[in-house]
Design a protein around this ligand. Sequence first.
Ligand code: DGL
Length: 279
Amino acid sequence: MPFYPQQPGSIGVFDSGYGGLTILHGIQQVLPEYDYIYLGDNARAPYGSRSFEVVYEFTRQAVLKLFEMGCHLVILGCNTASAKALRTIQQNDLPKLAPDRRVLGVIRPTAEVIGSLTSSRHVGILATEGTIRSQSYNIEIQKQSPDIQVTGLSCPLWVPIIENNEADSPGADYFVKKRIDHIMRLDPQIDTLILGCTHYPILMPKILKYVDRGVKIVPQGEYVAASLKDYLQRHPEMDERCTKHSSTKYYTTESPTKFKENARIFMPEEINVERITLE
Ligand code: DGL
């Protein structure tokens, strides 16, 4: 079994790239006193159209790196990684490699609240191709609320639009409207739309422009944060292993300069970033 630092450490937040910053931001609003390490695998992003095997292997490498960096608890702040890698990491890797450490995802916390948000019991999911194809949201929502009908649709162009800083452009209007119209045609009774990709909250102004007024839009950050808070309250032994000095360190597998520049799309403050490699 590998040796990981035993002393308390930061909470790790992993994403394929920048999108997990929206999840980190949501968590920091609710749990500001904790220390965080954010790791973006920007050199290999996007994960959205990659195969199960590749997403699993990349995510596993990132989780083990965060353990090496002292994290006892890691949040996969990436829907694609949560959909394709979380279960295997929890069931196969942790028992062998780090039985006392925990990895949590972003899909279950969102699935758990959906039953209390929808009245029509018709819910739509907008996400990457990988997340939609995995059916993870459908499976999790069915477990919690079997009466809910779930319709998923991938939006492959939304992530590149955001990462190319085009979220305010007329092009974004065109592609956002197209996908919203499409999912509402697939099931006109949808009254709740989950933004099942970390990037999509950046498109919120456009999304709100094109959905009918009665439709609720559900970004994930606040639900993931509430669920993490609840988890730490229920697991005081894990809470004790998470340090609390309100610090955040950022790491990327790409150029730190590029990360700093693009991170501005997702968060207002200036950050320091270091480069690391994953293998
Ligand atoms: N972070 C990913 C997700 O939430 C979106 C970006 C990607 O495809 O890597 O699914």
